[in-house]
Ligand binder design. Structure first.
Ligand SMILES: NC(=O)c1ccc[n+]([C@@H]2O[C@H](COP(=O)([O-])OP(=O)(O)OC[C@H]3O[C@@H](n4cnc5c(N)ncnc54)[C@H](OP(=O)(O)O)[C@@H]3O)[C@@H](O)[C@H]2O)c1
Length: 327
């Protein structure tokens, strides 16, 4: 399957390298607003074509799939263009700004016989499957704490008076949609949709959240998600059951999982070592869904993506975090 890319940040290079490792996606085209930047990426990874016109790229018959890694608020318009031109789309997280956009894009994808995926690095890893399969070992789940707290170098720029896209309401930024989305995917992937939830952000002067705590209420237990782009943490992720506890090094990509028996206090590592280019797992899953037209697996991913976006949108709106496009 041939694919093209949109956006030339470091994440695009990571995706291309993972795609090459997967042996299932072949890079043929690179788009950038700058021809020079597109050419550098194309030369680095041996892509035949460069584009600076998105409409032209969308009409290229040689492209089957497009990977979009532009600023969040731009995803929707770009994805729609490719879907309407019958290209499958893999769009970086957070897929869109709100559920209305996601529902419209899903309708257009369906009408054009193509798939739309949210690129998320954790739930496609073998360790996510292991965790899901072994979750019963913990007994009745009583609480979970899933942090994703990582100081962003772009916060230095923000403090100097700039407004990097990820701290901007114009570009649909903020800590929850940028980092909180990883543990949220983990929670929804493992536990499903919560009964109710509340978000407690620390807002920046740009109007978006620099950090925050998302409380997911599952009735018999509470899952707390901590996210921040303005501080650093050494906290691990933990899921606490009456019989045992799972401890994860991180919410994405889920590098290591330890299980600790509550009574014996004996511990065991239940995870497997991951590929260094962990995006390879999402490439393999997505390519396989497209190749085999696996509608069941697609429906499952689509549903998680919808639940996650419903939560982040409502969490924002509970706190008057409204993106420029929504005003
Ligand atoms: N999965 C992951 O682990 C991961 C990690 C990092 C980021 N991401 C996601 O990837 C996406 C891109 O993140 P990023 O930090 O690379 O974003 P970014 O630096 O703001 O922009 C990414 C690229 O988009 C293009 N671009 C910038 N401003 C634009 C605009 N106003 N209109 C259209 N295109 C524009 C630029 O490419 P050109 O100049 O070449 O056009 C730029 O290199 C985000 O959705 C982010 O959440 C995911």
């Amino acid at each position: 399957m041939n694919f093209g890319t949109v956006g030339t940040g470091w994440i695009t290079s990571s995706f291309i390298e993972a795609a090459q490792l997967s042996n299932q996606l072949n890079l043929t085209a690179v788009y950038s607003r700058s021809e020079e930047k597109a050419q550098i990426v194309a030369d680095t990874y041996n892509a035949a074509d460069v584009f600076t016109d998105l409409e032209e790229m969308a009409k290229d018959k040689n492209i089957d799939v497009v990977y979009i890694a532009s600023p969040n608020s731009v995803h929707f318009e770009q994805a729609l263009l490719f879907l309407k031109n019958k290209k499958h789309v893999i769009c970086e997280k957070p897929i869109f700004s709100n559920l209305r956009e996601l529902e419209e894009a899903h309708k257009i994808a369906e009408a054009n016989g193509v798939f739309l995926f949210e690129a998320i690095r954790n739930i496609h890893t073998p360790n996510f499957s292991i965790l899901k399969e072994k979750l019963h070992m913990a007994g009745k789940i009583r609480s979970a704490i899933l942090p994703y707290i990582k100081y962003s170098s772009r916060y230095d720029l923000f403090l100097k008076g700039e407004e990097p896209n990820i701290f901007s309401s114009v570009y649909s930024g903020g800590a929850l949609v940028d980092l909180g989305v990883y543990p949220l995917y983990l929670a929804v992937g493992l536990f499903g949709e919560p009964n109710k939830f509340s978000y407690h952000p620390v807002k920046l002067h740009s109007g978006v959240d620099g950090s925050g705590t998302l409380v997911l209420d599952y009735g018999e237990f509470i899952c707390t998600i901590l996210c921040s782009k303005v501080s650093h943490s050494t906290l691990l992720c933990e899921i606490h059951g009456e019989v045992g506890t799972f401890v994860m090094e991180d919410a994405a990509p889920i590098s290591q999982i330890e299980f600790i028996d509550s009574h014996a206090l004996a511990s065991q590592i239940v995870s497997v070592p991951l590929e260094e280019k962990d995006m390879v797992y999402e490439c393999i899953t997505i390519a396989s869904i497209i190749e085999t037209n696996n509608k069941e697996k697609y429906k499952e991913l689509k549903s998680i993506s919808e639940i996650v976006l419903r939560i982040t949108e409502e969490a924002r709106k509970q706190n008057d975090i409204i993106y420029a496009s929504e005003k």
